[in-house]
Design a protein around this ligand. Structure first.
Ligand SMILES: CC(C)(COP(=O)(O)OP(=O)(O)OC[C@H]1O[C@@H](n2cnc3c(N)ncnc32)[C@H](O)[C@@H]1OP(=O)(O)O)[C@@H](O)C(=O)NCCC(=O)NCCS
Length: 181
């Protein structure tokens, strides 16, 4: 089975990141992509330098970058924290940017590796992990379901047109799922 690995994103990845955000299958779910690398440097530079709570990661398949995930403490975002209502939770967002790698079951495998290798060891005090897909994003909700995430409340974030569903999994459950799976 081809191997998936994660590493920290750096400035040199921003070209790929911008291209991924502009792919039609990604734009369907992420509004307002950075227009170009300069705009991405402004928006993400603080995160890449470790000056902000969110951390950004690149996933590679057999050494070829194909996806990205970012994670952040829920309480670093007041609007999210008041809606998620889980102390000590870490949220994560993800996308498979390379269109050739979408629809092949890689989403669940990628997130299994992310949770096992990055999120669980990187947030030792987090008791919950959450992702909040757009309620219409069936593929994303299905991927989370396969990893044992439970759909809870629907939330409406400021400025967003569509509702999102808070999907959550406890640290203990995930530790079993991602190491067994
Ligand atoms: C969402 C995403 C991570 C899913 O990963 P993926 O590997 O492409 O997922 P798959 O296409 O293999 O589908 C996952 C599951 O959803 C199901 N699915 C996908 N589209 C579906 C649809 N329209 N209706 C019903 N089920 C659907 C698949 O059948 C599969 O289920 P199965 O494994 O039980 O057969 C990936 O498509 C992606 O990054 N998309 C663009 C950005 C995005 O949406 N990010 C998530 C934001 S929260």
């Amino acid at each position: 089975m081809p191997s998936i690995e994660f590493r920290s994103m750096d400035e040199e990845d921003l070209h790929a990141l911008v291209a991924w955000y502009h792919e039609p299958h990604v734009r369907a779910w992420f509004r307002d992509p950075p227009a170009d690398v300069t705009a991405a440097q402004v928006r993400y530079g603080g995160r890449l330098r470790g000056e902000e709570p969110a951390r950004m990661w690149v996933a590679s398949l057999e050494g070829a970058p194909f996806a990205t995930v970012q994670d952040y403490p829920v309480d670093s975002d007041d609007d999210l924290a008041v809606r998620v209502q889980l102390p000590s939770a870490v949220a994560f967002d993800y996308l498979i940017g390379d269109p050739a790698q979408v629809g092949r079951g890689l989403g669940a495998r990628m997130l299994t590796v992310f949770l096992r290798d990055v999120a669980l060891p990187g947030h030792p005090d987090a008791t919950w992990f959450v992702a909040c897909p757009d309620a219409r994003n069936v593929a994303s909700l299905r991927v989370l379901d396969k990893l044992g995430f439970v759909q809870r409340q629907w939330i409406q974030m400021p400025g967003e047109e569509y509702a999102q569903i808070v999907c959550r999994a406890s640290r203990d459950d995930l530790a079993r799922t991602v190491t067994d799976g």
